[in-house]
Design a protein around this ligand. Sequence first.
Ligand code: HEC
Ligand code: HEC
Length: 565
Amino acid sequence: MKRRLAWLLIPLLLIGLYVWQKPTTSTASITELARPGQPDGASLSTRVIAQGDLPAEGTRSLFDHLITQNDVLPYPFEKLVKLLQDRNPEGGAPVAVLIPHGRSLLKAQADDGHPRLVMAADFESGNGASLGFSPRGQLFLGFVEKAHEIEVLSYNEAGGRFEFQLVQNYCAGCVPRIVYARRAICTTCHQGGGPIFPQRPWNETNGQEETAAAIAAARGGSTPYMHIPIKQPLASPERFDQLTDQGNFINVTQRIWLDGCGIDGNDCRRLLLKLALRYADSPGSFDAANADVARLQELQKRHFPARGIAVPESDLPNRDPIGERQGLKGWWRSLWTRDIKPGEGARDNEDLAAFDKLPRLAARFDPLTPRQPKQVLTANDVDGVYGVAALFTDADLKSLGAVSGYDIHRLEARVDALPEEVFAPRPVVRVNIMRALLAQPVGYCCLDTHEMSPPVASGVPPLKISKHVVLKEFESHCFACHRGNPAKRLNFMAGASEDEVLDNIRNKSEIRDALDWARYTGTDKASKLMPPRDSVQYQQLKAAGAAGEKSVATMRDTVPSLFGF
Ligand code: HEC
Ligand code: HEC
């Protein structure tokens, strides 16, 4: 009798276990989700903020500005980390974490030995004379070494949106390409058009002991990877999370500024700015029951979208890839899911079919699963005040204080006196508002695009060289820095066809001097010699010995001497 009972119990137990842990895997297919849908053309924000892959004419991403000012894209990645560190007035390294088993598009190319690395800038700069480079919450990078690709998410200040970019072919001696990604692909997971990140306790990251230990074991020690410590305090992913939330809210702020106030809402926007400065001046004493706040609510009521303005959910539930494999649960799970095999999965950000073939995550954890908004704002919410306030840096507020005698009433009077066009239905641009309020031409690093070469969309094939063989020399030794360079001045090997590229090279007479190693090595002009001494390309030419010298001579002879005839 007892035995029969036991036999009855076993299936019951199994059913129980099944119900308890049968993973409901995601059915979301990225190939399907990335099909361009109909944009919501009705709202003001979608009309005045670009919706395509390329940034609006005359506007660029913060990343492009950074690279333009640096002259070239740094290589290897450590130098890119250092570039951000050097721009930080306090000298701190960017916030970074390692994610060996994550949920990004290139997840299958990362592992414990070569984890994915994500990095966020976290500083402001600037002073009275210049509105400095202030990328806090506005500049994020993701790098998967084995995929030779950097993902870039950075704010386009004049355009009022985040730009999704890729640095493709980022490897030693390769010709990297900085391109604007197919946005529809990125926004399948980055659903709010901005950064996303998991929630506490961030088990996927090396802020957790076990994940850090797995990386150290696979890498054979704790030497930093790409300058990023193998083990991090939990404060690192925590800060990263905050910065992604901050970035995410900029998009919401733009929607409130535009859709919340409406096409004829200049008065609404003016009041929004006034209250934002009042709040920034003294958050503690900001009175949300003030008559001005009530007035803002009234103004917002005229146009606020009936469905409200959604604050997109930028947080993903925590996932614990190590814990998932342990214990009874882990065994049970292993019956339902297979492991990712080496070499499987998307190798670049276009390879959606390969991504779709990977084992599915549980729907709850899958970043492709549509997420409910964090919150839906109505006309009674004054979150726009906080959002606009957050656009200003500490240095901005100091400069505004200085011109208004540190008297908020006088500053508010300045807002009242600003011309209508400052509040026209266009994205709110911190720098433009600062310039208007300070009523003087203050410098700024990152708005002007005149010195930049045109933006490149992904999918444009690299130059195929067959007619002018000499171009192969330039391709190997120069293209990395002089083709596709966002700085116009250094983009002199651009061109869509071989003929065009060759013409551009021939017209750049400075190349002759830059390649005159024999004449300038050891002189005070040596630093002008190309490729630069600290580059991979120079080392390769040097290592090639006589063949390298011949390459240099061949390239030099391609450019006619100005005095040769
Ligand atoms: C399949 C989902 C998915 C797709 C598609 C995707 N990402 Fe992400 N991305 C993530 C996840 C998840 C994170 C958070 C941390 C991590 O695991 O890297 C992330 C993080 C990032 C980060 C670091 C900043 C942040 O938001 O945390 C950048 C930069 C980034 N992605 C850029 C891109 C770009 C550019 C594209 C399009 C070419 C893209 N991503 C497409 C899932 C995705
Ligand atoms: C690793 C990046 C890198 C590589 C590779 C490289 N350059 Fe440069 N090049 C630079 C940078 C950076 C400058 C700007 C230096 C400055 O302004 O002081 C520059 C400047 C120049 C200039 C001067 C432009 C001007 O108008 O003043 C010439 C000419 C030039 N490079 C030619 C070449 C040639 C030819 C090659 C290939 C043999 C080459 N470079 C490879 C980074 C590179």
